[in-house]
Design a protein around this ligand. Structure first.
Ligand code: GYE
Length: 330
């Protein structure tokens, strides 16, 4: 074998050894490799405001028991002050090595994020982003709500394509929540391109009763409404109830677009009362626990891992939608 060929092979081995070392693929014999069983996770949930939230909570509890993760679950009852105090308690809890936050608001966590960093606690954001420097958390695992909003806008443009007047009212999510802020932003990025006019907006706080009351108010103020842009399925359902009680036909007189694509949302897609449902994945726990183990093992990750999501339309037809619904977990 020639000298240059031997040299080439030697260099190849050296390069691959260096690659393995810096990828963290093979730990040195003395270094412990952490697994999910080494996780004690303090999970600060928003509350139990929607079907999406119930699926998100189930994902964390079920996956924790499957993987052997020690999960300390806290339901903040949709109160920011409760989330902040839970954050402080998990920082004080020496058994907790990872804190996971589903943030009610985009602000309000600076002090606890700093305290967590000083205490050496790993922080992972799930579901919703916050306005904080990315050095204050390990990673954010959640949807691109702006993109979801753009999908909602495209769906509404299509549903109203044969209308001359395209007045749309918006029933937004909870004030301050990134999901609401970004879905509203995404909807407005190109909506005027197809002639949509947003004539009113008001929060429905993610729920059916409040959204029904909001839609009743909109209809009292004007009957010249062609579309409703609702930030989740519960808000869309509340709007549909109000439209029907006003003697109008949802899906015919007024088109409705919602978000989440939960089983309840599918029921209204199948009847044609909901025109489009933009999917938002709540089953995030496997990715979050995987990220937490990476963090324990000193590996790096991108600061944001966006969810892959689809969208569903009444125009797909009842039987096709019923078949899809059978395959879904929430
Ligand atoms: O759309 C809604 C829940 O943050 C994506 O919060 C989540 C939103 C979801 O209450 O149903």
């Amino acid at each position: 074998m020639t000298r240059s060929r031997t040299l080439r092979i030697a260099l190849l081995f050296a390069a691959s050894a260096a690659l393995a070392a810096c990828s963290g693929a093979s730990a040195t014999p003395s270094q412990k490799v952490y697994t999910a069983k080494d996780l004690t996770v303090g999970f600060i949930q928003t509350g139990s405001e929607s079907g999406w939230r119930a699926a998100n909570t189930s994902s964390f509890k079920e996956t924790a028991s499957q993987l052997g993760v020690n999960l300390k679950f806290y339901d903040a009852q949709n109160k920011l002050e409760n989330q902040v105090s839970a954050f402080r308690n998990f920082i004080q809890d020496s058994s907790v090595n990872v804190i996971v936050l589903a943030a009610l608001d985009v602000t309000g966590y600076d002090d606890v994020l700093k305290a967590a960093k000083d205490a050496g606690k790993i922080v992972i954001l799930e579901d919703r982003r916050i306005n904080a420097d990315s050095s204050m958390y390990y990673t954010y695992i959640g949807s691109d709500f702006d993109l979801e909003g753009q999908k909602g806008e495209a769906a509404m443009c299509d549903l109203l394509k044969n209308q001359t007047s395209k007045n749309v009212v918006e029933i937004s999510g909870a004030v301050g929540a990134s999901a609401a802020i970004d879905r509203a932003k995404g909807f407005r990025e190109k909506s005027d391109a197809c002639g949509i006019k947003i004539t009113a907006t008001q929060t429905g706080n993610w729920g059916v009763p409040e959204s029904k009351a909001v839609m009743e108010g909109f209809l009292k103020n004007s009957k010249d409404i062609q579309g409703v842009y609702a930030h989740n399925d519960e808000e869309a359902i509340g709007a549909i109830q109000a439209i029907k009680e006003a003697g109008l036909v949802p899906g015919k007189d007024i088109q409705v677009v919602g978000f989440d694509a939960t089983a309840d949302g599918f029921k209204y897609l199948i009847t044609g009362e909901l025109g489009a449902d933009i999917e938002c994945n709540p089953l995030l726990a496997p990715q979050v626990y995987e990220a937490a183990v990476k963090a324990l093992n000193g590996e790096t990750m991108p600061k944001w891992v966006p969810s892959n999501e689809g969208q569903f339309f009444a125009s797909q037809g009842a039987s096709a939608l019923q078949d899809i619904l059978k395959t879904r977990k929430y």
